[in-house]
Design a protein around this ligand. Sequence first.
Ligand code: SAM
Length: 180
Amino acid sequence: MEIYVLRLGHRPKRDKRISTHVALTARAFGACGIYFDVNDEKLFESINDVCKRWGKNNGRCEFFIKTCNWRNMLKNFDGLKIHLTMYGMPLNEKLYEVKKHKKILVIVGAEKVPSEVYQLSDLNISIGNQPHSEVAALAIFLDRVLDEEEFKINFLDAKIQVKPTEKGKKLIKLQNSPQD
Ligand code: SAM
């Protein structure tokens, strides 16, 4: 399944940290790319830097970060458009329907999401009906829809990788890294 994320309403001064976490979660949990409706050069640079060191090719697609016009994106996307909102229908009730699709756009907000987004989306889905965070909502959505794929992702072009250990921190340098 190809999953793309649309981050709506990013405010560069206020949301840098949480939007960075949205993008990192999208990459680490198996999305193919993330679109922002606002350009934020610094944020894009830091995500591209993570992609250079930790990889962007997860074996199915190469992760990207780009800007887009959100209205055009919602009108023209040729797959299922899912808006994550606490007002939506519970994910468990819609998972079967979601999994029938091969291409999905997941929309998460920052500030108040325009009401048009609720109309232009095919599904408005909640991860519980309490207010929480776009990072939590996206992580749980990707985990459920991609069936825990985040635990198996191996970035083919990574220069560094973690070697899991009981205690401490171990990093491995991979062949993709330039000779020093
Ligand atoms: N106050 C904003 C509004 O009414 O649209 C929501 C702000 S919330 C901090 C940011 C984003 O987190 C939302 O746009 C939504 O995508 C996501 N989110 C928060 N709680 C959620 C929930 N229970 N289920 C699904 N998504 C949620």
